[in-house]
Design a binder for this molecule. Structure first.
Ligand code: PMV
Length: 326
């Protein structure tokens, strides 16, 4: 029986994406730049199903009707391209909290794209893999690669020029990321629903879009010249801009909690002392603290004393999606 096992890592954006230029094709309103994380991973096993239905098991539990439908719709893209019309059984496990702003959808869809490419014998190029992954979740396109990755917004209606590519490999500019977990309950508003609302109602959405091109260009310069301080400034600003859009959405989207804010203050204090540190936050209350290798121990020691985190992970930069068993 044909079977495959794939491993993928989540990524976190240094230049954020929020909003879509096409809902149907899942094309982002802005480009984005991310880093792929190492120790956090999604392992996805895929088999051809004997029944004419897709089955989706996530963290050893059958997925609910909505998730099941989403996955089936995603697999329809592969069935449409392939001569094989298989239905699949998918077992996926994350070694980190699902749906809490830690991009489990990114690693999940990247892993599933890789597996489906293999099962349906599609022989997709790396660029095409990122485009298929994007149909599942915008940020998933970036998890196809390791290290520093750019997702091009593109201009074409077809989406042909919207794809991800690697800027630098993980070992070309190593970083350490401390993921500070403040609350493990799944977020109330999904990114998909949240960004749609923001786009329609936030007075700041347009300026977020207009300024993002410059952020992308400066961030690429910072990465290529290994300039941590330049990277910090752009990444933090991009994160705060995205959250300003979220907070000024009707109804407001507050993904932060009071602990999130305490950690932000903690990082800003370090920054005043010219310490190599910055924060970034996605659609959830966890804070990702980024620093240079060797500095993480000192930060964690002080962070634990704040008494606001439930748990933390210390992570390096990881590789792209890969097949681990076939
Ligand atoms: O991948 P999506 O479509 O669920 O969107 C994720 C958006 C953020 O994580 C909030 C920002 C980003 O660029 O990853």
């Amino acid at each position: 029986m044909k079977k495959i096992k794939v491993k993928s890592h989540p990524n976190i954006a240094l230049v954020k994406y929020w909003g879509k230029r096409s809902e149907e094709k899942n094309l982002p309103s802005v480009g984005s730049i991310s880093i792929t994380l190492d120790e956090l991973s999604t392992i996805t096993e895929v088999y051809i199903n004997k029944i004419s239905n897709d089955e989706f098991i996530i963290n050893n539990k059958k997925a609910n009707e909505r998730e099941q439908q989403k996955i089936s719709k995603f697999l329809d893209y592969f069935r449409a391209r392939s001569s094989k019309k298989y239905y699949l059984k998918i077992k996926t496990t994350n070694n980190f909290p699902t749906a809490a702003g830690l991009a489990s959808s990114a690693s999940g869809y990247a892993a599933l794209t890789y597996a489906a490419n293999h099962i349906f014998d599609l022989n997709l190029s790396a660029k095409e893999l990122t485009q298929y992954a994007r149909l599942g979740s915008g940020s998933a396109a970036r998890s196809i690669f390791g290290g520093y990755v750019e997702l091009h917004k593109g201009e074409l209606e077809s989406g042909e020029d919207c794809f991800a590519e690697q800027i630098l490999a993980p070992d070309q500019f190593p970083l350490k990321v401390i993921v500070a977990i403040t609350d493990e309950t799944p977020k109330k508003t999904s990114s998909r629903d949240g960004m749609k609302l923001s786009q329609q109602t936030s007075p700041f959405f347009q300026s977020f879009v207009e300024t993002s091109e410059q952020d992308i260009s400066f961030m690429k310069q910072a990465i290529k010249s290994r300039d941590f301080y330049m990277m910090s400034e752009i990444a933090q600003q991009s994160c705060i801009k995205m959250h300003s859009v979220m907070m000024t959405t009707k109804e407001p989207l507050f993904y932060w909690n009071s602990k999130t804010f305490s950690i932000i203050e903690f990082v800003l204090k370090f920054q005043k002392e010219k310490y190599p540190i910055f924060f970034t936050i996605d659609a959830g209350p966890q804070v990702k603290i980024v620093t240079l290798p060797g500095e993480e121990k000192n930060i964690i020691e002080k962070l634990t004393k704040l008494n606001v985190i439930q748990q933390h992970f210390v992570i390096g930069l990881g590789n792209g999606t890969e097949i681990i068993e076939e």
